[in-house]
Design a protein around this ligand. Structure first.
Ligand code: ATP
Length: 326
């Protein structure tokens, strides 16, 4: 488990003080994956640097499985850092070393006996599905295979936490799927705590159990996927489940509906048509399963002799989140 409490990081820029992280608090249970999303300049890189002790936070604490990382002395930073495995956008492998030698590198740095290194490297390469490529050089590997080697290397020190910084941003869609599946399965197999920094909502949807939105150094929305998607007026929900753009109605009153869980499967619209003598025209819609729950977001035009307020009251009563769109 990783717990970040009131983390703050300020930088001096000439006369100015820049607050890159402002009171960041988050907690990720063991065996789960937490996504951190945010625009450029939101503070994502600063968070990564503070979590990995490449940069000391100005104040606040980072605790991994009960041990406060931020309290370690400079002389112990290198050892403490081994509790966090890092996966980067580019695997940054050493070209002159084979896949196996790249994975072995962190173990050699701490003078692990050769037989232990060999056993561990074989184990890790098997875990990421690259046993047959142990002797291949990076130039002989695809982007996805290089990323697998990078993941195996990150796991070499048996970390408690895996910190993935844009792990699939440089990969094509099919390879992205493979790598995300691998991260998900490793999380369960090794009972890891995983933080994924990403700008790709697809990554959050695909593997994260919970998510935080970072903006100007602050977490402005956070929670399990199911909760953030159902949050009224939340921007994460809209980013995770956007409506197709460019749809134009006939000028009738428009409602945006969010249907969650069982409501997403219930015949709410046909019931609406009957009760309110209404014509309901769906002008945009999307249905997805996120965090194990089914969600539907619909933009509909409603033509009814009854007031719109009665219709929205009925829908809300049926468990639908309603916003009057136009
Ligand atoms: N070493 C530094 N000195 C001064 N200011 C810094 C330093 N590092 C980051 N900042 C400032 O802190 C803020 C957050 O920057 P950071 O690089 O963490 O954002 P980011 O979300 O990672 O952006 P990107 O996605 O573009 O990498 C920015 O305003 C940036 O200018």
């Amino acid at each position: 488990m990783i717990t970040v409490t009131n983390l703050r990081k300020t930088y001096r820029q000439g006369e100015r003080t820049v607050t890159a992280l402002d009171d960041v608090t988050l907690s990720v249970p063991k065996g789960s994956i937490h996504g951190i999303v945010g625009h450029s300049g939101a503070g994502k890189s600063t968070l990564v640097r503070c979590l990995t002790l490449l940069d000391r936070p100005t104040s606040g604490a980072v605790v991994i499985d009960g041990r406060e990382l931020t309290a370690v002395r400079d002389s112990e930073v290198r050892t403490a850092r081994r509790r966090i495995g890092m996966v980067f956008q580019h695997a940054n492998l050493m070209d002159s070393r084979t896949a196996a030698q790249n994975v072995a590198h962190p173990l050699e740095l701490v003078k692990t006996p050769k037989t232990d290194v060999n056993r561990k490297v074989a184990e890790l390469l098997s875990l990421v599905g690259l046993t047959e490529f142990a002797d291949a050089y990076p130039s002989q590997l695809s982007g996805g295979q290089k990323q697998r080697v990078g993941i195996a290397r990150a796991l070499a020190s048996d970390p408690d936490v895996l910190l993935c910084d844009e792990p699939t941003s440089a990969l094509d869609p099919a390879t992205t799927e493979d790598i995300l599946t691998l991260i998900r399965s490793l999380t369960h197999t090794l009972n890891l705590t995983v933080l994924v920094i990403t700008h790709e909502m697809h990554v959050v949807k695909r593997i994260c159990d919970s998510v935080s939105l970072l903006e100007r150094g602050r977490i402005i929305e956070h929670g399990p996927l199911r909760e953030v998607v159902s949050q009224r007026g939340g921007s994460l929900g809209r980013s995770l489940m956007p409506l197709p753009a460019g749809t134009v109605g006939e000028g009738l009153p428009e409602l945006e509906l969010l249907l969650v869980g069982d409501t997403a499967s219930a015949p709410v619209l046909s019931e609406l048509t009957r009760r309110f003598d209404a014509n309901v025209n769906v002008i945009a819609g999307t249905v997805e399963t996120l965090g194990g729950s089914r969600f539907g977001r619909l933009r509909v035009e409603v033509d009814s002799p009854r007031p719109l307020s009665e219709i929205t009251a009925y829908l809300e009563g049926a468990g639908v989140h309603v916003e009057v769109a136009a």
